[in-house]
Design a protein around this ligand. Structure first.
Ligand code: AMP
Ligand code: MG
Length: 425
């Protein structure tokens, strides 16, 4: 498929079927409309956790800066060790981490050295202290204890060389990256600015927490799961609350959201029949595609543009909101954030511990509980009732059980694909 340039072109493509859009196809199509942020800001590395690096980082120094010892022991010349008898060496100094010994090691000499201590000039090898014994007569090293020259010696630049590209543009900052920057003495970096994501809920039945419920009303939970997921993905969150279910209020909210944010997310109201006026407003304000994704849960989904903002219209059901966020919005946000280090969430094959009923035709994302038995063997079962309104299933689950379109019933013992929730969002 050559990438369509506009959403209208996409909706005219030969194989485009809004009523049975495969998950992978929808993902691929959305991908063609995304381009990364370009605005950057400077941050102290401590503030950069989870942010995306803008520009390459080149190492100003070598790490480590000097050859040094990997062990507490004695620095010596390998050539001094006798192959088939004990060697006695004379201790001539000490090299502590941060306090090198200034001399040059001569024949038959050794230096007491500690982990991280600079290798004395003339020494090429370290014997660990447990393999040597020191007394008034000298340091004794038994035959064969040191098998080769260079043992227990760390080389200058073995972690990073001066001038080496350490990180490329688009690298997500994790604790390891922050630590590496610190090891180079770099305290400040450029990152892409935070992605601004605005969202609101619509529905006359929805009430915000802090109010009491009349019969038939429910508390709006989608804004809270969205808040949590977006915060974990290091977005700037703009919570616009529950918007009154009238054309004028929804139009105003969408217009304001698109002006304030890079991404606008709504939940509910995109299912066919329910509120066609939302569709009409979206058509008026921008270009939006409405799909019935061949998946469960998460059937209705809308994607498009309102002004310069990307628009995601998620289903209303609380589980469907989370599933569609994990499966579509997450990857899209990564692209927009400029993250080039992101990967699709991996799937693993695990044995099913209880049978699952499924009708072929849609990809299902069932909520699963992955556990290990006393032998360390892992297996997975569902959380039980898979209704798309049962949010407790997402809370009980630690993984999705991903059942492909063509899959039917699955028997206990069969292998199924899972995606871990932890680290996904
Ligand atoms: P809809 O797509 O608007 O027809 O909503 C589908 C189902 O999700 C209905 O049962 C709604 O009450 C429920 N729902 C919609 N929005 C929310 C929300 N923000 N929080 C909790 N439940 C919601
Ligand atoms: Mg509704």
């Amino acid at each position: 498929m050559t990438a369509p340039r506009t959403l209208r072109e996409a909706s005219c493509a030969d194989d485009y079927d809004p009523n049975a859009m495969p998950v992978a196809k929808a993902r691929e199509l959305i991908r063609t409309f995304l381009s990364p942020l370009t605005a950057v800001e400077r941050l102290h590395i401590r503030q950069s956790l989870g942010r995306v690096l803008a520009g390459d980082v080149v190492s100003p120094i070598a790490v480590p800066g000097h050859d040094n010892s990997a062990m507490d022991g004695y620095a010596l010349r390998f050539a001094d060790l006798a192959a088939d008898s004990e060697t006695v060496l004379t201790r001539v100094g000490e090299s502590f981490a941060g306090k090198p010994w200034g001399g040059v090691l001569g024949a038959g000499e050794c230096v007491r050295i500690f982990t991280g201590g600079v290798m004395p000039r003339g020494a090429d090898t370290v014997v660990m202290q447990e393999r040597a014994s020191e007394s008034a007569s000298g340091v004794r090293v038994a035959a064969g204890v040191v098998s080769k020259a260079g043992q227990n010696r760390r080389f200058a630049g073995e972690d990073l060389k001066a001038g080496q590209t350490v990180f490329r543009d688009g690298q997500r900052m994790r604790p390891a990256e922050i630590g590496m920057l610190a090891s180079l003495g770099i305290g400040e970096i450029s990152v892409y600015r935070k992605l601004r994501v605005a969202f609101f809920s619509t529905g006359d039945e929805l009430k915000s927490i802090g109010t009491t419920l009349a019969p038939g009303e429910i508390y709006d939970s989608n804004r809270y799961t969205l808040y949590g997921m977006l915060t974990r993905l290091h977005c700037e969150v703009i919570d616009m609350g529950v918007i009154e279910d009238t054309p004028a209020a929804v139009e105003r909210a969408l217009t304001n959201a698109a002006e304030a944010a890079d991404v606008v997310i709504t939940s509910g109201g995109v299912s066919v029949g329910e509120a066609d006026y939302i569709k009409a407003i979206l058509d008026k304000l921008g270009e939006v595609l409405f799909w019935k994704i061949a998946m469960k849960p998460g059937r209705p989904l809308a994607y498009g543009r309102i002004g310069n903002a990307h628009f995601f219209g998620l289903p209303g059901n609380p589980v469907a909101v989370m599933v569609t966020f994990y499966q579509f919005v997450r990857d899209a946000l990564f692209v927009l954030q400029g993250d080039r280090s992101a990967q699709a969430q991996p799937t693993f094959k695990v044995a099913l511990s209880a049978p699952i009923k499924k009708v072929p035709g849609r990809t299902e994302f069932q909520r699963g509980i992955l556990t290990s038995d006393s032998n360390g063997a892992w297996s997975v079962r569902t959380t039980g009732d898979q209704g798309s309104g049962i949010l407790s299933s997402m809370s009980q689950a630690n993984c999705f059980i991903v059942l492909g379109t063509d899959t039917g019933n699955v028997a206990a013992g069969e292998l199924v694909e899972i995606q871990l929730l932890e680290g996904f969002v």
